[in-house]
Design a protein around this ligand. Structure first.
Ligand code: URA
Length: 448
């Protein structure tokens, strides 16, 4: 990793403050200096704010990504046969797509090495959901990760300390200095981690709407274009889908309820919107993994892997390999029965149809319940979550159940039921839900 001790960090802050540009070596020196503790928080914070306010050009953003990527270990999986492909989602409420997606894609012959994050804020994390499977470990060594990928074609683990350590430090500082929402920082942060995984190609799910990280569609489009540009600069063919996250994805939100619904997708019984997003992403990954010549052919392969039971079989192999209890997977309803449960019911003025279920309201209620965390240190309740019975376009009568909420104990149920009830709005007319996958970006243009 490049570091030039003769570079004075104050000069860099000054130049950025006055809207100058920084060289690749200057940015590398900043990233390395901060990661190893040579640059104190107050100078790094000033640097981040100067860049946030004055902007960074493409060359600076690429240098930042490169420096963050090379701040740690960059895995080489080239000895494992096949084109390795991963998916990254910008996250959303009820977004459990990775869990059925990875086994479907692996069953179609594409190795999937997936390194995921924990949930923070109103969007849940894949690791917390996976860890709600009793015994399932997401803390494998890199050697175990490689071995499992070679043996069963898929592995899902958490971030290790030696992958992109600069991002961990910089993200924590951005979080407390109001410098998170800046596209060059977001792109460098996401891609420094993904590019270190040893993948050959990447598929992105960039979400917009109430439950997404980027609420405005135009900003999500800009993020998608930037992520594709940066990822391809590093030699990884990349496609981005733009998907609607204004309402929760699927019916299950939380930890175990999302695992149960992922199993429904793997047995061909998932809700339409979740299947649409999962299968569209699967097809893109299968094409990126060179196992199909067109998206249509790949889509058929993905559906076949579910129909034949191959995808479910891969999922069971992964759960067993990572120490998970297969009895829980085989009887997801039984585990749900061990939770305490209560219903949110439609109010007396709820006549007609559900107009909308606000994803952000549902996500926040799930944090109140303990399904997610507000601070990194918070524990999550593996059983906590909800099943939405009434979604956009469904008819509704006063007193009907809108959702059932599950948790390990009753303690947080009353507050959750109260806040969750705010998520529904009603109308006399039926509004049918629109497609979740709104657009696709590749080769410099949007097309769908
Ligand atoms: N997710 C990340 O990993 N980094 C960001 O900066 C934002 C979202």
């Amino acid at each position: 990793m490049y570091y030039d001790p003769s570079i004075n960090i104050v000069d860099l802050i000054l130049r950025k403050r006055d809207s100058g540009t920084l060289t690749r070596n200057e940015i590398a020196t900043f990233v390395y200096g901060y990661t190893v503790g040579n640059i104190p928080d107050y100078q790094a914070a000033a640097f981040l704010m100067a860049a946030f306010l004055q902007g960074m050009n493409d060359a600076e953003m690429l240098s930042l990504t490169d420096a963050m990527l090379n701040s740690g270990r960059v895995l080489d999986l080239s000895d494992i046969p096949g084109r390795k492909v991963d998916k990254h989602s910008t996250g959303g409420v009820g977004d459990k797509v990775s869990i059925p997606l990875a086994p479907i894609v692996a069953a179609c012959g594409v190795p999937v090495p997936m390194i995921s994050g924990r949930g923070l804020g109103h969007t849940g994390g894949t690791l917390d959901k996976l860890e709600s499977i009793p015994g399932f470990s997401t803390e494998l060594t890199i050697e175990q990760y490689r071995q499992q990928l070679a043996e069963i074609g898929l592995v899902m683990i958490g971030q290790t300390d030696d992958i992109a350590p600069a991002d961990r430090k910089l993200y924590a500082l951005r979080d407390v200095t109001a410098t998170v929402e800046f596209v060059p920082f977001i792109a460098a942060s996401i891609l420094s981690k993904k590019l270190a995984e040893g993948i050959d190609a990447l598929v992105l799910d960039v979400k917009y709407g109430s439950g997404a990280f980027m609420q405005e569609e135009s900003r999500a489009r800009h993020l998608a274009e930037t992520l594709v540009k940066v990822s391809e600069h590093f030699g990884k063919p990349t496609v981005a889908l733009l998907t609607d996250m204004d309402q929760p994805l699927g019916r299950g939100v939380g930890n175990w309820p999302e695992i149960a619904e992922s199993i429904d997708v793997l047995t061909g019984e998932g809700p339409d919107d979740l299947e649409e997003v999962t299968m569209t992403l699967a097809a893109e990954m299968i094409v990126a993994g060179a196992q199909a010549g067109s998206v249509e052919e790949a889509l058929e392969m993905a559906r076949d892997s579910v129909r034949s039971g191959e995808a479910m079989d891969r999922f069971r192999q992964m759960v067993a390999a990572q120490g998970g209890d297969l009895r829980a997977i085989d009887q997801p309803g039984q585990r749900m029965e061990t939770a305490v449960a209560a219903d949110v019911c439609a109010p007396s003025d709820a006549v007609g149809f559900v107009e909308r279920v606000d994803a952000l309201d549902v996500g926040r209620a799930m944090i109140t319940l303990g399904a997610g965390r507000m601070k990194k240190e918070d524990d999550v309740d593996p059983l906590a979550g909800c099943i939405l019975h009434k979604r956009q376009g469904d008819s509704v009568k006063p007193g009907e159940s809108l959702a059932t909420v599950y948790a390990s104990s009753e303690e947080r149920l009353p507050a959750t039921l109260e806040s969750l009830a705010n998520a529904w709005s009603f109308s006399h007319e039926a509004h049918s839900p629109s497609a979740r996958v709104q657009d696709r970006y590749s080769d410099g243009s949007w097309s769908r």
